[in-house]
Design a protein around this ligand. Structure first.
Ligand code: CTP
Ligand code: MG
Length: 171
């Protein structure tokens, strides 16, 4: 139950990350600009993905909060859900930035980083913006479990997205 609850707590971040794939496309966040000859983020990071993903994470989290209150209430709940959702996509964005600096093309794999970028981003921003909630909910045990569980579930869902032709590559 404890570990299932850990997945429940991080679920808005999963939703944000997965929804970016569904809503993504169109104008890239970096407007196609390059830095030192390489794309800043690359074509895989778009405005629609960032905004759609963040909104989806917050909305799903608000519904979850009605079913089983776990993300505080009122404005605080919005802040927590925003930090989990936007944090996830910011982490993914930072990862793409680093991948481009390393010369890895869009969609080229970077094992482990590809799978936990959004988890680390969600942890980091929720720790920064909603520290009290973070510390009382993400216990070290739950964090450790999510660090192991997330890459596994990420691989499964991405394989599914690839089979459904939502993603170009299976990672
Ligand atoms: N996506 C998006 N906007 C974002 C994040 C993701 O549009 N801010 C969409 C893109 O269609 C992207 C897909 O979600 O291709 C999957 O994201 P990810 O696997 O992180 O991107 P990659 O295409 O593999 O690119 P990168 O090498 O930069 O990780
Ligand atoms: Mg990524």
């Amino acid at each position: 139950m404890n570990l299932l609850y850990a997945i429940w707590l991080i679920f808005p971040a999963y939703v944000a990350n997965a929804s970016a794939v569904i809503f993504g496309g169109g104008v890239p966040l970096d407007f196609g600009k390059k830095w030192r000859g390489k794309p800043i983020f690359g074509e895989g990071k778009t405005w629609r993905g960032l905004l759609g993903g963040t909104m989806a994470g917050v909305i799903v989290g608000m519904v979850m909060n009605i079913i089983y209150p776990s993300f505080s209430s009122g404005l605080n709940a919005i802040l927590i859900l925003f930090s989990l959702s936007f944090g996830a996509l910011a982490g993914d964005l930072l990862e793409s930035f680093l991948k481009r600096r390393m010369g890895r093309k869009r969609g080229e794999p970077w094992p482990i980083a590809d799978q936990i970028d959004f988890l680390l981003g969600a942890f980091f921003l929720s720790f920064l913006l909603s520290r009290e909630w973070f510390l009382s909910n993400f216990t070290p045990y739950r964090i450790l479990f999510l660090l192991i569980f997330t890459p596994l579930i990420h691989l499964v869902t991405n394989l599914l997205a690839y089979v459904l032709k939502l993603k170009k590559v299976p990672w």
